[in-house]
Design a protein around this ligand. Structure first.
Ligand code: FAD
Length: 499
């Protein structure tokens, strides 16, 4: 729903939630973003990038609309209206309210704008709620300062509605080295100097989704570092503005090729952009450092603060919205072709329905069994969310495959919007009709399916779902490790010992 920007600007002064216009203005700074061999002057005006920023601006505007405000924001104790993901949950109801807000945000793009700000905000809330954990970070000026730094950063992001990206993964020139929990000084991000004012870092990180369109970047620990002295320079967590001198973002090719919403319904709206991040002697002030020089502390961070649980909660809500959309799209195709009575077609779509209901059930289970955590908050039950985030990287590519199977050559029979108003119009009107759909509606439907299942945008979505939460093999291995299995083995032992 479009929201009047001018009226919003008058309403919001004093609020923690920003308007889309305020967000866009904030992106017009000195950030160093590169694409296609050139540095971008203004990301909001850049072809292939600006429309993604405009989409996020519209989403931020929705936080102000009467229709959504109560579900996606809350009034904080300091009387500031803030995005719901910042709310520290103190009850099962709070967990459900957070889940409802995540789901609402995701529905605005049907899950196709994956990196909405609530993802990072959920994690920031968890880190700020764990001062006892961060207080173990003793390096840098002032021992417990690290926890206070995090509390200050949380308040800054919360009350200014800043949009965050994050980058966790070091590039590896040798995967055996990386698998052994070590990093190469040639490429990995590391501390090269320490001063009274802060640290200076050099190197690169993979990958910052939304990086060019974010206000701040969290540079947090890559998850598995060997706790040896040689890894101390690679062990830290900090956050800095994207427009920090020496910080460079190198973008992948855009998937928004300037087409109309009719011709490219998703890529014309939801290009969120990914970028490799280069740090060339970047200065990070101490007040923005949250962990420092302690690999073992860094390794525990996402688990010990429960940030991973809150992030997985946001992810499950967003994947539910995305799965539902896939079911809707497939049913629309089946209906249009008259194949909604066909056994084979129904069987394929039923598979996607079952995947969707699996995500829904896991989410329900997790929220319904929310419980107090060690930091005074409530958290959703972790195991169903872990199950969901391990399953979805396999489910989504299968959903895409099923859409290809349903669409077949129709995914290629895609004249453009212009063909309905040029000399070709009579032909496309006649030859692209379906039993239950006029030609233009059929082309619109299959262009949407094309954008999901065939286009560069669609393929990047599948890659994103496979990898954004981490390497699937390592995630599965961690799942195995924390799975509650001893009592199950006991039952086997008990049977065998009764022989
Ligand atoms: C579209 C997209 C967006 C992303 N956005 C972000 C972001 O915003 N922020 C961020 O920090 N990261 C982001 N990532 C990076 C993501 O975290 C990594 O892709 C993921 O952690 C995998 O790491 P890698 O790409 O280095 O792959 P690799 O580690 O090189 O893995 C390649 C393959 O090898 C397998 N593998 C790796 N190690 C082992 C092992 N020890 N044993 C067996 N198999 C193994 C993996 O499962 C994978 O299949 C994004 C990735 C993609 C594709």
């Amino acid at each position: 729903m479009a929201v009047n920007r001018e009226s919003i600007a008058k309403v919001v002064s004093g609020n923690g939630i920003r308007t889309g216009q305020q967000y866009l203005e904030g992106l017009r700074d000195d950030r160093e973003v590169w694409t296609g061999g050139k540095r971008i002057a203004d990301v909001t005006a850049e072809p292939g990038m600006g429309r993604g920023a405009e989409t996020l601006a519209l989403f931020l505007d929705k936080q102000h609309s009467a229709e959504f405000q109560d579900s996606v924001t809350y009034m904080a104790d300091d009387n500031t209206r803030c995005a719901m993901a910042f709310k520290a949950p103190k009850s099962v109801e709070d967990i459900k309210a957070r889940g409802a807000a995540y789901y609402e945000w995701a529905k605005w793009s049907n899950g196709m704008f994956g990196r909405t700000p609530d993802y990072k905000n959920a994690s920031l809330m968890a880190f700020a709620s764990a001062p006892d954990f961060l207080s173990q970070g003793v390096k840098g000026p002032g021992g417990a300062a690290m926890a206070q730094n995090m509390a200050n950063f949380y308040d800054y992001v919360r009350t200014n509605d800043k949009v965050l990206t994050h980058t966790l993964v070091n590039p590896a020139i040798n995967h055996a080295q990386a698998a052994a929990g070590k990093y190469s000084a040639k490429v990995a991000l590391q501390v090269v100097k320490e001063t009274d004012e802060g640290i200076i870092v050099n190197g690169a990180r993979l990958l910052a989704t939304l990086g060019p369109l974010a206000d701040e970047i969290e540079v947090f620990p890559s998850t598995v570092l060997k706790g040896s002295d040689e890894n101390i320079p690679f062990a830290f967590a900090f956050a800095i503005p994207i427009a920090t001198p020496g910080l460079k973002l190198i973008c992948r090719d855009t998937y928004d090729h300037g087409k109309s919403h009719f011709d490219a319904p998703l890529s014309s709206r939801y290009e969120e952009m990914d970028a490799v991040v280069i740090f060339e002697n970047v200065f990070v002030p101490w007040e923005r450092v949250f962990m420092y020089g302690q690999p073992e502390l860094c390794n525990q961070a996402f688990n010990a603060t429960n940030a991973v649980v809150h992030m997985a909660h946001q992810v499950a809500c967003s994947k539910l919205a995305k799965s539902e959309f896939m079911v809707g799209l497939m049913c629309a195709i089946a209906k249009a072709t008259g194949r909604d009575k066909d056994l084979y077609t129904k069987g394929l779509i039923a598979e996607v329905m079952q995947m969707t209901e699996t995500v829904r059930a896991l989410l329900f289970s997790s929220e319904a069994q929310a419980h107090p955590d060690q930091h005074g908050n409530f958290i959703p039950l972790r195991s169903p969310l872990d199950t969901s985030r391990n399953l979805f990287p396999k489910m989504y590519p299968r959903m895409v495959e099923i859409l290809q199977l349903l669409g077949s050559s129709s995914l290629m029979a895609t004249p453009t919007e212009a063909d309905f108003s040029n000399d070709l119009a009579p032909d496309v009107e006649q030859y692209f009709q379906l039993a239950n759909l006029e030609s233009k509606d059929r082309v619109a439907l299959y262009r949407l399916a094309h954008d999901v299942a065939v286009s560069g945008f669609g393929n990047r979505q599948a890659l994103y779902e496979r990898f954004f939460f981490g390497p699937p093999a390592l995630m599965a291995s961690a799942y195995f490790d924390i799975y509650s299995k001893d009592s199950l083995v006991d039952r086997v032992d008990s049977l065998l010992s009764s022989n």
